[in-house]
Design a protein around this ligand. Sequence first.
Ligand SMILES: Nc1nc2c(ncn2[C@@H]2O[C@H](COP(=O)(O)OP(=O)(O)OP(=O)(O)O)[C@@H](O)[C@H]2O)c(=O)[nH]1
Length: 300
Amino acid sequence: MTDEIQFRAGFVSFVGRPNVGKSTLTNALVGEKVAITSSKPQTTRRAIRGIVHKSNGQLVLVDTPGMHRPRTLLGERLNSIVQTTLGDVDVVGLCLPANEKLGPGDRFISEQLDSFPRAKKVAIVTKIDAASRPAVAEQLLAISALRDDWEAIIPISATSNIQLDILTTQLIGLMPVSPALYPSDAVTDEGLEARISELIREAALEGVQDELPHSIAITIDDMIDRDDKDLVEIYANLFVERDSQKGIIIGHQGERLQDVGARARKEIEKLVGKQVFLSMRVKVAKEWQRDARQLGRLGF
Ligand SMILES: Nc1nc2c(ncn2[C@@H]2O[C@H](COP(=O)(O)OP(=O)(O)OP(=O)(O)O)[C@@H](O)[C@H]2O)c(=O)[nH]1
């Protein structure tokens, strides 16, 4: 036996109801914007990986869409992404917000986790900055009674950076002994185009009404890296399902679309480290969420 610390690496997936802070946590742990965050529930569609590198281990974070009961074909595809992802991970972190009592949604998801015996279960109590100490204590008790196979129950705040290091250390401790799975400079294996699409979708979601979020999809037609200037030209399509939604996205005299473009461009410029020219066209793809062929074309 040696005292040498063994390197550990593996996969972690954060699950939980919509809006409990999974994407914010992923970004905070990775230290770079990889998953989109939004105050609108269920905005995360893909299994996005962020990678956390420490001297003694590596965590590959698989950020899944919230588990929910499917209502449309899109919903079913999202759920099947969750299923295939969770069959494969070393640890599932069930995110439960400190500032809301446990409810049927949390219990439903916890029960789903029973189907994945391979994964170790960790409870992550999110948003502790938004709850009083007694409320956090009460929540910890309720969560410990939720399952008897928790490896750990860890209270954190992703926005106030409370206990994030402890979470990382504990998660690494639960990983198998393994060499690093990704090179040390990788933060995500999502392609650049996919990340850009997500940034545009995030900008488009800001301030829209409740029914719209699921109706928006982004595709990129072309990306041209100009050699004559420090500039990338991006040609994107913003799909909605109905003509009326097209009007909402574009806004009065195109003002809203201009706003979305300006915000998206700022975020994309941070990502690519260059000036960006962004052209967006709004198109209607009728009922794309229910149509298998259109889903395929839009990348789901
Ligand atoms: N006060 C507080 N708010 C937080 C914290 N983490 C996330 N939030 C907020 O909670 C909301 C939802 O966060 P997300 O990270 O998008 O939640 P999510 O679970 O990924 O949501 P879906 O993608 O819809 O499944 C956002 O408005 C965040 O700013 C936290 O630690 N403290």
